[in-house]
Design a protein around this ligand. Structure first.
Ligand code: GLP
Length: 242
């Protein structure tokens, strides 16, 4: 794994955003795996700036997001679909027909999982996957478990995740379930970038990079992949031996 400690979120966003822009310039129809949360936003801002400067077009690129809440209208302000519209798609030239999400309102999670797997396969697989990491080492909504997960599935959100996000749901109840890509399906990406900043991620980063590879730290599975770039700020890297 290529681990880079950069001074702050802006430097990380520029580095990671530039990797996405370089890929799309080299392969206009690139397949991008995208994430939500705070960590990816500086990278999206860099992609927006490069697009606004006329240095890249995303019009042929295809996107797949990692996860989406269940029991929430897709257009609700707190859906991950709406988050991505606000933070990236509305300010660039990604085409709506190229944007893919798991359907959190599916009546059949197994059929939806297979649909997503086949859609990613039909696109040629994900060329570059962006990830954040949860404080407990989760990726997407893959929480610590007894086994690594495989394909996309419907998962119950943890109490801490529900607590951390409930304040944003002032009009309808906070969802208690989400559809998420499984760890194996995430690892099928050709290349991955993981971003972690702040002291709250230091334990998870240490476990990911220096602990055992275990489903108790889902992010540790990335150590099995041959092309992972990790961007950390000094606070997130603070507990690393090296
Ligand atoms: C959520 C998301 C993950 C994200 C993680 C960290 O659980 N499902 O995809 O990586 O939280 O989010 P943040 O980057 O805001 O710290």
């Amino acid at each position: 794994m290529n681990v880079h400690v950069l001074e702050n979120e802006e430097a990380i966003g520029q580095a990671a955003g530039d990797l996405f822009c370089a890929l799309v310039r080299q392969k206009p129809a690139a397949v991008l795996g995208l994430a939500t949360g705070i960590s990816p936003v500086p990278s999206y801002r860099r992609m927006i700036a490069q697009y606004a400067a006329g240095k890249v077009s995303f019009a042929q690129a295809i996107t797949f997001n990692l996860d989406e809440y269940c029991d929430l209208p897709r257009e609700h302000k707190n859906s991950f679909f709406s988050f991505m519209q606000r933070e990236l798609f509305s300010q660039t030239d990604f085409l709506p027909e190229h944007i893919n999400f798991l359907d959190g309102n599916t009546a059949d999670e197994f059929a939806e999982s297979e649909r997503y797997r086949l859609a990613i396969e039909a696109a040629g697989g994900i060329d570059l996957q962006l990830l954040g990491i949860g404080r407990n080492g989760h990726i997407g909504f893959n929480e610590p478990a007894e086994n690594f997960t495989v394909e996309a599935y419907k998962t119950a959100l943890t109490a801490s995740t529900i607590a951390a996000n409930s304040l944003y749901f002032d009009d309808i109840p906070m969802p208690h379930y989400a559809m998420t890509m499984g760890v194996d399906s995430i690892l099928r990406a050709k290349r991955l970038i993981l971003i972690a900043t702040g002291s709250s991620k230091a334990d998870a980063v240490k476990a990911m990079l220096e602990g055992e590879v275990t489903p108790r730290c889902p992010a540790s599975a990335l150590r099995r992949h041959t092309d992972v770039t990790v961007y950390l700020d000094p606070a997130a890297a603070a507990l690393l031996r090296k």
